[in-house]
Design a protein around this ligand. Sequence first.
Ligand SMILES: Nc1nc2c(c(=O)[nH]1)N[C@H]1C(S)=C(S)[C@@H](COP(=O)(O)O)O[C@H]1N2
Ligand SMILES: [Mo]
Length: 425
Amino acid sequence: MSGSGLGDTEEQVAGGGLLHRRMLLRGGVLAGGLGAAFAARAADPIGAGSPDGMKVPGAAFSGYGTPAHWREGIKRTIGALPDRPGTGASRTPLERLEGSITPAGLHFERHHNGIPDIDPAAHTLIVHGLVKQSLVFSLDALMRYPMQSRIHFVECAGNSGGMIAPAAAQNTAGGLHGLLSCSEWTGIPVSSLLDETGIDPKATWLLAEGADAAGMSRSVPLWKCMDDAMIALYQNGEPIRPEQGFPMRLLVPGFQGNMNVKWLRRLKLTAGPTYTKDETSKYTELMRDGKARQFQFGMGVKSVITKPSFGMTMSGQGLYEISGVAWSGAGRVARVEVSADGGNSWAEAALNGPVLPKAVTRFRAPWRWAGGPSLLLSRATEETGDVQPVRADWLAQYAPGQNYHYNAINAWQVEAGGSIKHVYA
Ligand SMILES: Nc1nc2c(c(=O)[nH]1)N[C@H]1C(S)=C(S)[C@@H](COP(=O)(O)O)O[C@H]1N2
Ligand SMILES: [Mo]
């Protein structure tokens, strides 16, 4: 307890030093707890003894800001084919970020054949097939429609796919689980455009096709388009980035990443799924009993602790905040529990609101690290009751080698010296 001055305001609620989340709300009790004692000079008014930045005028304005140069290392990690630099993925460095929104420049990228450079003035969106009248929308025309802004995550079906390897890879939270990002998207509900084209009663699905060199195409059920799918034109307030589908992408909240077709050029209403190459060669899950599960769209409830996590070192025993991200394709995260003793006991984490459906929710739990080995886990539950499974149960569902839709509980082993290893629990 020495030095923190927290005394008996700490209420331990689970093994390994997990404290009641109430403590986070009483921020005041921490004042002076972790800061160093200050020398009188640090509080002096401007003068010779002031910090350098107070003695000369600061730098000029910039047209577009950049992150602090002191933190230039916060980058996506890129994994691409050696001979095709645009094919592969880059991952969000989850362990370097806070809150729940991913900065646009750090949104993960997954391209099947690179990023096309599309002239927005020449690009069109065609809506055709089983409609009453086919329509072609220019970007200018779309810009005049009433828009909606909503916060949603995008997660690749292959996110965390490396977790099926027999040995736990020593990698960061982002390196393992960073095919996940969350943004505020602004655009036009797909239903608005379908209102205009009219829908032939025989239509039950839509084919969505991208204008990239992969011609990425997926079948989307019509109900989803009438429910909450949108044509996204903006991302975190700015025009959607080329990496995310400029000038427009389909956004199907909570569905696996690949269905969020980027560089969207057409929607064709159909009487059934189109069975495109992208949905027959991939994104069909082989189950343990030899059957295949096709069109498993929703991303399961999931969480990962980002702080502390692999790559960080604990700076001595005492008080820490365990923090991480949780999300579910089915709706809102209802609760996140955290364990510091490998799952023997659990403490309820605080959810940093607003808790939004199909969006990332930040969770936090206060923790007093006693300096010994500690196995940290997080377990999320979503509002319809689904709970993040343990790894063995997740693996048992699928045929060996199937690694889409991995959403099992993740674990970090804090070692006695303060280093952190990735382990399976
Ligand atoms: N046209 C097109 N759309 C696409 C892809 C693509 O390669 N081409 N990749 C898909 C996949 S597999 C995923 S996971 C998401 C990734 O979206 P992001 O790159 O904006 O993170 O886009 C999807 N939409
Ligand atoms: Mo993906």
